[in-house]
Design a protein around this ligand. Structure first.
Ligand SMILES: [Mn+2]
Length: 357
């Protein structure tokens, strides 16, 4: 297992590479060109620039999260071929600097969705929170406003104000897209890109839907064992793989994550490890990584990875915001709780390595 850390780039993240290299065991920075919108060309000079900065601090550039997929590809519009060509161009360029895994998602309109960015825990820390009834009774626009207002000046992946300003148009575009059609459009995309990935030795790793159920009538197709199995069979190549996110699958308690890891382990290229506490009414809040703090048994998750001999990349996913850091950090991406998360995950891992059961 190779431990990594999501980093938003020079001038775009208060947590610097110098901070990150003091966290034990972190070998790579998970990066992206965060100013690029879906479908935009990634210039080689920009890619090289990030690779050089990472190399200067001894970090691997092997994981990119994300290269976003244009809505025309998800909707299956005639213009998709143009955007797929651009995607292929980006894959080839990223391969040149040593990128081995690209994380992406295929969620229509909304990426991850929450109702509160800073919900307080009893201990005074705060974290991302999802209130089920509120989303069920809300309009998409009101959730967008709520999230963007909460984020203030910070840009957040998946929540680009420009794109979301065309909300009605986006919903109109998806109105006839069922789960089956979305799967077909994903298959079309994969059939074009996976041969290129095989040639370039870059593995694609789809991120599950977060939360793992349909919202606002939009289809969501990566949210259970059955969906994952269907997804992997769309194109049966090791290069068509998963980002297994415990925090995304976790809010549905029917998802047995350790058994999903054991079943599909060889296709998991990137592990997001995060804990969530799920309430009886379906609400959930993100917690520390410690197994007993939430409903995802992180120890069993790590044991499953250890048992399958997982050699892919891992990162602590979101963390809580501690000691007032929410004033400066991106929601979910503070320093302290994620750093403690790394130590917890490595603590469990190191113990397993010693054979202590
Ligand atoms: Mn994740």
């Amino acid at each position: 297992m190779k431990m990594t850390w999501r980093w938003y780039g020079v001038g775009n993240d208060d947590i610097t590479l110098d901070h990150i290299r003091q966290i034990p065991g972190v070998m790579g920075a998970v990066w992206s060109l965060h100013d690029k919108v879906a479908g935009e060309v990634w210039e080689m000079e920009r890619i090289q620039e990030v690779a050089d900065v990472l190399a200067s601090k001894n970090f691997s550039p092997a994981v990119v999260e994300s290269v976003n997929v244009h809505d025309d590809i998800k909707m299956g519009l005639p213009s998709r071929d143009h955007y797929i060509d651009i995607y292929i161009d980006t894959i080839r360029k990223l391969a040149k600097v040593g990128v081995k895994v690209i994380c992406y998602n295929f969620m229509p309109v909304f990426d991850w969705t929450r109702t509160d960015l800073y919900k307080e825990h009893p201990d005074g820390s705060n974290a991302l929170f999802y209130e089920k009834a509120l989303v069920e009774g809300a309009t998409p626009k009101s959730i967008v406003d709520r999230i963007l207002e909460g984020a203030g000046e910070k840009t957040m992946p998946g929540w680009e104000p420009e794109r979301l300003s065309h909300l009605e148009q986006l919903f109109e575009g998806y109105k006839d897209i069922t789960e089956d059609v979305l799967f077909e459009n994903l298959k079309y995309f994969l059939e074009k890109i996976i041969p290129v990935c095989e040639e370039e030795d870059v593995k694609m790793a789809i991120h599950p839907d977060d939360p793992p159920w349909p919202i606002f009538g939009l289809p969501r197709i990566i949210r259970s064992r059955e969906h994952i199995q269907k997804f992997l069979s769309l194109v049966d190549s090791p290069y068509n793989g998963l980002t297994l996110c415990t925090g995304s699958l976790g809010p549905n308690k029917l998802n047995d994550i350790p058994s999903i890891i054991r079943e599909f382990g060889s296709r998991i290229h990137f592990a997001h490890v995060r804990n969530v506490k799920v309430f009886e009414n379906g609400d959930f809040i993100e917690t520390s990584h410690r197994a007993c703090d939430g409903d995802v048994d992180i120890i069993e998750v790590m044991k499953a990875y250890h048992d399958i001999g997982f050699e892919g990349y891992m990162r602590p996913d979101h963390g809580r915001h501690l000691w007032g850091e929410e004033k400066n950090c991106r929601p979910g991406y503070g320093l302290y709780d994620r750093a403690m998360g790394v130590m917890y995950l490595l603590g469990v891992w190191d113990t397993l390595e010693r054979g202590v059961k």
